[in-house]
Design a protein around this ligand. Structure first.
Ligand SMILES: Nc1ncnc2c1ncn2[C@@H]1O[C@H](COP(=O)(O)OP(=O)(O)O)[C@@H](O)[C@H]1O
Ligand SMILES: Nc1ccn([C@@H]2O[C@H](COP(=O)(O)OP(=O)(O)O)[C@@H](O)[C@H]2O)c(=O)n1
Length: 241
C-alpha cells in the first residue's frame, strides 16, 4: 500500500464522493453504477469489515476482543479492486492470498460483522487504510461508501451523500436477493443490524453539509442519476471558481 501511495505522490488527489447509509438503501449498487458512469473507482468499505470478520472466524479469533482483532490485523494483507468486477482477497501470514469475494456475503459472516466493527481501534485502523487505498488509486475520482464515511472517514470530501430508504423498502430489496428468506425475516435482520450499528455510528440522519438522497420512492436508475447530478453540480461549481 505504501508503495502505491508514493508512486502516485505527484498525481492529483482523486475527487472523493462519500456515501453513507443503512443496509439495503442502495449504497453499494447505486454507488457502483454511478462510479462506473463517472469513470471513477468505487471503494466498498463494508467489504473490509466483512473480510476481517471472515478472517477472525477462520482463525478462531475472538471477535469481541479488540486486542485480538487488532492482532489479527497485524497479520493480514487485504486487497480490493476499485474498478470492474469486485474481487476481495485476504492473505494471512504464511498462506497465499485467498479470494473471499463470495464468502464474505454469506449469512454466517453478515451476522457477525458488527462484532468486529464495534471496536473503535479497529475502525480507526480500517479508516486509515481506506484513505491510503483512495490516495494510491491513481483515479480521477473514487466513490467511497459505508456507514460513517461522510462524518468520520471523509468529513471533508467535496461530495457527501446520505442514502436512505424506509426499513420496509430496504427489506423488500434485500429479500429479492435472498430467495430462501421471507420478507419478515429479512426485515427483522435489517432492523437488528441497524440497531447494533447505530450504537457506533449515526447513519440514519444526515450530518450538516451532507445531502440526503431518500431512495424509497426512486427506482434504481433514478437513484443513480440523483448521485451523478450531485457530483456534476459540485464539479461544475469547482470549474467556475
Ligand atoms: N432505488 C432502488 N430501487 C430499487 N432497487 C434498488 C434501488 N437501490 C438499490 N436497489 C436494489 O436493492 C438491493 C440492495 O441494494 P444495495 O446496493 O446492496 O444496498 P446497500 O449497499 O445499501 O446495502 C440490490 O438488489 C439493488 O439492486
Ligand atoms: N464503513 C463501514 C462499513 C461497514 N461497517 C460494518 O460492516 C457491516 C457490513 O457492511 P456492508 O456495507 O457490507 O453491509 P450492507 O449495508 O451492504 O448490508 C455493517 O453492518 C457494519 O457493521 C461499518 O461498521 N462501517
Amino acid at each position: 500500500m505504501e508503495d502505491a501511495v508514493s508512486e502516485n505522490a505527484g498525481a492529483q488527489a482523486p475527487l472523493l464522493v462519500a456515501i453513507d447509509g443503512p443496509a439495503g438503501s442502495g449504497k453499494s449498487s447505486v454507488s457502483r453504477a454511478a462510479a462506473e458512469r463517472l469513470g471513477f473507482g468505487i471503494l466498498d468499505t463494508g467489504a473490509a469489515y466483512r473480510a476481517l470478520a471472515w478472517a477472525a472466524l477462520e482463525t478462531g479469533t475472538d471477535l469481541d476482543d479488540p486486542a485480538a482483532v487488532e492482532g489479527l490485523m497485524n497479520l493480514w494483507a487485504y486487497d480490493i479492486t476499485l474498478q470492474g468486477e469486485q474481487r476481495v482477497t485476504v492473505g494471512l501470514v504464511g498462506a497465499s492470498p485467498i479470494d473471499v469475494t463470495p464468502a464474505i456475503r454469506e449469512h454466517s459472516v453478515s451476522g457477525q460483522v458488527s462484532r468486529v466493527s464495534k471496536h473503535p481501534a479497529v475502525r480507526e485502523r480500517l479508516n486509515a487504510m481506506f484513505l491510503d487505498i483512495v490516495a494510491g488509486s491513481g483515479l480521477p475520482g473514487v466513490v467511497i461508501e459505508g456507514r460513517d464515511i461522510t462524518t468520520v472517514v471523509a468529513p471533508d470530501a467535496p461530495v457527501r451523500i446520505l442514502m436512505t430508504a424506509s426499513p420496509e423498502i430496504r427489506a423488500t430489496r434485500r429479500a429479492g436477493e435472498l430467495p430462501g428468506m421471507t420478507h419478515a425475516q429479512v426485515l427483522a435482520d435489517i432492523e437488528a443490524r441497524d440497531a447494533k450499528d447505530a450504537l457506533v455510528v449515526d447513519f440514519l440522519n444526515p450530518a450538516p453539509g451532507v445531502t440526503l438522497v431518500d431512495t424509497s420512492d426512486l427506482d434504481f436508475e433514478q437513484s443513480v442519476q440523483a448521485v451523478i447530478d450531485i457530483v456534476r453540480a459540485v464539479q461544475g461549481a469547482a470549474e467556475k471558481s
